[in-house]
Write a protein that binds this ligand. Sequence first.
Ligand code: EPZ
Length: 422
Amino acid sequence: MDSILVKGSGPLRGQIPIAGAKNACLALMPATLLSEEPLTLTNAPRLSDIKTMTELLRSLGAEVSSLQDGQVQALSSHNIDNHVADYEIVRKMRASNLVLGPMLARLGQAVVSLPGGCAIGARPMDLHIHGLEALGAEIELKDGYLHAKAPGGLKGAMIELNFASVGATENIMMAATLAKGTTVIKNAAREPEIVDLADCLTKMGAHIDGAGTGTITIEGVDRLHGATHPVVTDRIELGTYMLAPAICGGEVELLGGRLDLIGAFVEKLDAAGIDVTETKAGLMVKRRGDRVKAVDVTTEPFPGFPTDLQAQMMALMCTADGTSVLEEKIFENRFMHAPELIRMGAQIDVQGGHATVTGVERLKGAPVMATDLRASVSLILAGLAAEGETIVNRVYHLDRGYEHVVRKFSAVGAKIERIKGS
Ligand code: EPZ
């Protein structure tokens, strides 16, 4: 297994291009199942998760061609000859469950393995099931698979989510585009990836109002046609790289960065002493003084502080002046990066969903273990600010969500290299 060697670096200077959003692309790709006509996605990120979704869609009979070095995904599901999403693929990536809604709407049936838990939590699918059953689907759990059918087709319904689940909103919205009648999703997720999916579905002929708000209304149509759609900028990759000059000093421009995607995150950076200014090409980030100030963070559904930036923010707070409390309210076990940061000299006390971080002047490099996608990159950020060398192991987690991570950090002067594993 490869590892990443990071040496204390800084100040950082230069530009980093931000890719298309993994979490948008993983919802956009299954949308191909809703139409017999081709769907072309541009600005697609080059990530192992995209390859996994490609493998899954091909297993269902869809054609997926990766063009222009993976930046264009050309999809066509003219002939879907399999409606079973196999455990072997689904267990690798929870987002595989996003084929459930589209397959039900298009084929009237779907068998999708439950994804199983993952490092950050149990991640059940009760809200997906609640919504799809409201649309008329009959769903039964058997041998670890969800067996769903809607022989008479789906019918529009009023659906209220007791938690603004991103995946459940996406599955229900996609299914509702081909249901008979009107569907209203209340307490819908408001993430930019939901808006991006709604924009794409609308280009395919769907009738959707309210995406980005807590209430989404979908008027079902008989069929959807093909479309071409650019994947929205990845706000989590953007926020991650914004923390590099924050933790190391210097000034870095994030190409393609958009303030509207990361409002709550930028407010916290400002409070910590980081300047973020809009430029023609994106966002310029510069630390105001020699050390950031400690700030408290609570993760919430969009437009609140994103849970996917909590680990990275914790790395920054480990070097801050003062004590900060990070509260993780979205996932039940998303502090696994804390023990690894403590190995680097961080002072962190984890009590349930709260982590209290007392900043230290300097972290010390050490061998550390990546445990999940976002934790892995928080260890790199910590390593950039640490004295000496840090080796981050199990970097396959990184490859799931960060394209060309060594190239992007190196472009601004970070001392980082990938060590080929045995
Ligand atoms: C999406 O996951 C993202 N993944 C996650 O990003 C992100 O952390 C999460 O949204 C929250 O923003 C993709 O978009 C592919 P949820 P998703 O349904 O849809 C509970 C990353 O690092 N829940 O909003 O699975 C669930 O257990 C990944 O890129 C239920 O209880 O998130 C969790 O505690 C990690 N029942 C909370 O809701 C359900 O039926 C948030 O889940 C569904 C969810």
